[in-house]
Design a protein around this ligand. Structure first.
Ligand SMILES: CC(C)(COP(=O)(O)OP(=O)(O)OC[C@H]1O[C@@H](n2cnc3c(N)ncnc32)[C@H](O)[C@@H]1OP(=O)(O)O)[C@@H](O)C(=O)NCCC(=O)NCCS
Length: 165
């Protein structure tokens, strides 16, 4: 799958080393409860679990690697847990690639790939970049705790939803 500057592919276990290197920084972990992953091996194991799926017919787990097409650099991970009427979405991008519009471009693609479901996201209130991204992409703040069973919700998080158009 392609956007103007990015290539999106199903996340593979063998992406773990590159994804770990891209996301291994204090800034990436600042508002997501600490390091995105503690080690390459832990990330390999986590990707393997993600690829195995939820084990439920009514919950599909989608995970995509995001690469800059020109360089091949793996710069981020898009995630969606898709239910019949709604999906929970999340993303992480490596610090060197912030501020280039890559997250906006990739998440726009994710939104377009999930056209007929509500999209839900949670965010730490201090995560200004993520708040700007959500606003830019048409998410609006909603009540806390979330009206859907959003797994990433932690006490203190803000909750955003984007209704299908
Ligand atoms: C949240 C996160 C994805 C946001 O990344 P980001 O780099 O700010 O988002 P984008 O890639 O869309 O870049 C947007 C910025 O690039 C600028 N930009 C530069 N070139 C651009 C282009 N061609 N197109 C769009 N925007 C561009 C925009 O103006 C914007 O700047 P601003 O934030 O100062 O307004 C990133 O900070 C991250 O991965 N954080 C760690 C994990 C995390 O917190 N995940 C979210 C949990 S809720």
């Amino acid at each position: 799958m392609r956007t103007q500057r990015l290539s999106l592919d199903e996340l593979q276990v063998d992406d773990a080393a590159e994804l770990f290197a891209a996301t291994d920084s204090l800034e990436v972990g600042e508002f997501i409860g600490g390091a995105y992953s503690p080690s390459v091996q832990a990330l390999r194991d986590r990707i393997a679990r993600m690829r195995a799926g939820s084990g439920r017919d009514d919950e599909l787990w989608l995970n995509y690697s995001v690469r800059v097409t020109d360089t091949g650099d793996l710069i981020g991970h898009l995630q969606a847990s898709v239910h019949p009427e709604w999906a929970e979405v999340a993303w992480v991008f490596g610090r060197p690639w912030w501020g280039c519009g890559y997250a906006t471009e990739a998440v726009t693609w994710l939104i377009e790939s999930l056209p007929s479901v509500e999209l839900w996201a949670t965010v730490d209130p201090g995560n200004a970049r993520s708040l700007r991204l959500l606003a830019r992409l048409g998410f609006t703040a909603t009540t806390v705790p979330p009206a859907r069973d959003v797994q990433s919700f932690d006490d203190g998080d803000r909750v955003f939803v984007r209704m299908p158009v």
